[in-house]
Design a binder for this molecule. Structure first.
Ligand SMILES: C[S@@+](CC[C@H](N)C(=O)[O-])C[C@H]1O[C@@H](n2cnc3c(N)ncnc32)[C@H](O)[C@@H]1O
Length: 242
């Protein structure tokens, strides 16, 4: 991540599409409560860690994030929760657990769905589950939606993401379609920040702003079709343990 990229992204509430309701949906579907141990993998600036900490007041929440700037932001906003919430700078693929719940919003693709989930099998406690959001291309998506995802590694449909999870030895328990509002929650503040930075931007920052605004405009034009699937999955014993 370049300094110019972080100049644009510094201080934003979140770094990808999602809302608190999405986290709460996953907790409810998973039946999670009490003194559980939770990982927020690729936590960014920690918006979902805050939701997890509020929704699970007895839980231990561990956020892991690779970028030091986001780690600092997440630590600052999670400090009020005290010792039961920690933020570590590191690789989510190396998380040890055992976790009852791994939450991963818009970050699993860095590891690959199959590779990442396979790696987390050993990090899950018995009965533990994973919830992750991942781009999904729906049948009949327009050329514009396909352009939006152009260059995204392994873009596929609902069944394709499920198959990638199953290849790691998981079963899909529930899915949720993230369209519209969760994207607005990410892109609206980003667009406002880009507009505010534009007048004094140097050439490098201008290029970053141009790219962000191009992406946001493409999303606006195809916002009905640009979606994340939120997948709640759990390991099937004996499968995918290669
Ligand atoms: C699209 S952002 C989503 C951030 C956050 N989950 C949210 O929704 O606001 C993906 C995040 O994953 C982080 N990331 C990528 N690879 C990682 C890894 N191997 N370990 C930890 N974090 C990683 C990136 O630095 C980035 O902050």
């Amino acid at each position: 991540m370049t300094e110019a990229f972080f100049t644009l992204h510094r201080g934003l509430d979140r770094e990808g599409p999602g809302e608190a309701e999405d986290v709460l949906w996953a907790l409810e579907k998973a039946g999670l409560s009490g003194a559980v141990r939770v990982l927020d993998a690729g936590a960014g600036p920690g918006a979902d860690s805050v939701t997890l900490a509020r929704a699970l007041p007895e839980a231990r929440i561990e956020a892991v994030e690779a970028h030091p700037g986001f780690v600092a932001e997440a630590r600052a906003r999670l400090a009020p929760f005290g010792d039961r919430v920690t933020v570590t700078e590191g690789d989510m693929g190396a998380a040890a657990g055992p976790f009852d719940f791994i939450w991963c919003a818009g970050a699993l693709y860095f590891l690959g769905v199959t590779e990442g989930l396979r790696g987390w099998r050993d990090a899950l406690a018995p009965g533990g589950v994973v919830a992750f959001s991942e781009p999904v291309l729906e049948p009949g998506a327009s050329g514009g939606a396909r352009v939006f995802w152009d260059g995204y590694p392994g873009i596929t449909d609902w069944a394709g993401v499920a198959a990638n999870a199953e290849a790691a030895g998981y079963e899909v328990l529930a899915t949720r379609r993230l369209q519209g509002a969760p994207w607005e929650a990410y892109y609206r503040p980003l667009a406002e920040r880009a507009a505010a930075l534009r007048p004094q931007a140097d050439a490098e920052l201008t290029a970053v702003l141009d790219e962000a605004e191009r992406e946001i405009a493409l999303w606006q034009a195809h916002r009905e079709e640009v979606i994340y699937g939120l997948f709640l999955v759990r390991p099937v014993s004996g499968e995918g343990e290669a």
